[in-house]
Design a protein around this ligand. Sequence first.
Ligand code: AMP
Ligand code: GLY
Length: 420
Amino acid sequence: MLNILVIGSGGREHSIGKKFKESDKVGEVYCAKGNPGMASDGIKLVDIAEDDHEALIAFAKENNIDWAFIGPEIPLMAGIVDDFEAAGLKAFGPHKNAAMIEGSKDFAKNLMNRYNIPTANHQTFTDYKAARAYVEAKGAPIVIKADGLAAGKGVVVAETLDQAVEALKDMLLDHAFGGSGASVVVEDFLDGQEFSLLAFVNGEEVYPMVIAQDHKRAYDGDRGPNTGGMGAYAPVPQIPQEMVDKAVEEIVKPAAAGMKADGNYFRGILYAGLIATKDGAKVIEFNARFGDPETQVVLPRLTSDFALIIDDLLNDRKPVVTFKEDGYTLGVVVAADGYPGSYDKGAKIPDTTKLVDSTAIFAGVANDAEGKLVANGGRVYLVFAEGDTLKEAQEKVYNELNDLKNDGMFYRTDIGAKAF
Ligand code: AMP
Ligand code: GLY
């Protein structure tokens, strides 16, 4: 039996832990720090911070953990996989050097250039005047990205030249994103629908997952500020399979092979954020981990054993990776009022045990003094359902979600709409 330690505390990690628990090869699933909403799925919470590698390693040793699964990017960037290995333990996710594919936009762009991976034309700047001249020559719409991790807030899709110049000022003169704003990538605006193509990767070996579409803006109709993601569905019927197959061949495989050739062997989940342009799929970003909320709709569609896949990859065996071919999965995020700006904590989480056709996955929740779940983060929970059609999945989620009391929280009412 495998004993697993999941690192992270959001909805993504709840989904990951829940999927591991489905395997009859799995004993205990621990999650550090996790959240109290996970407990009802049998996941055991471990009160150790995700940046306390030493304490996590000690816990793993004491509890006969076979391997750790790293959910978020921050510990990957901090070298948690390197530290586990140095202590003689296994952890799934890229090493620090390979996590750079997410951690530095410049690193990712460089890789894409050298291996002819389709992406937006771009240039990197550290000098405000030079960046401003380039942006003025290019015109709007144009995209400005802070280099380095900025928790999803480092990207400005400028619709006007004024907005673009403002963003350059923020990032290069005012250092609005701290150290991560020291250089910016300015890139062409790509027109088309977004989709997320995730794959299990071990060096050159690539095992693609079913594609998903996230909804990054806070409000209906893709209005409002960018967020971590307000809902997702999988698969994405309006993206032709041909385009997906081509993206695997021309984007994911060369990226994995290129990382290996460059001495940045990647073992983990490679997430390609793509735009379906009229000239085919092009990359807007790579992530070195599962997406949130994509995971919550992709993993329920996995029909082979998730824990065995990870165990195989960690032991350089070829895993069996299969997904449901019929139907759709759709999930809607419920967020605290004010998110992604400052938001209140403490809103009561409705009784999700009443859900019949849908399932709740928890993220920013805590227990109050009486042991009841209350909101404690920006994205609070997600409700997902499966259906024979996307419409059916969507109706199942909204029918039940609309009946729950979500005071102090909000959600988009149009998740999935771009497919119709
Ligand atoms: P990122 O953090 O790189 O995922 O960017 C956040 C969001 O900005 C993406 O989800 C897209 O909606 C948008 N975006 C980023 N780059 C581009 C681009 N080159 N063209 C159009 N939209 C983009
Ligand atoms: N849902 C977008 C991300 O996880 O980066």
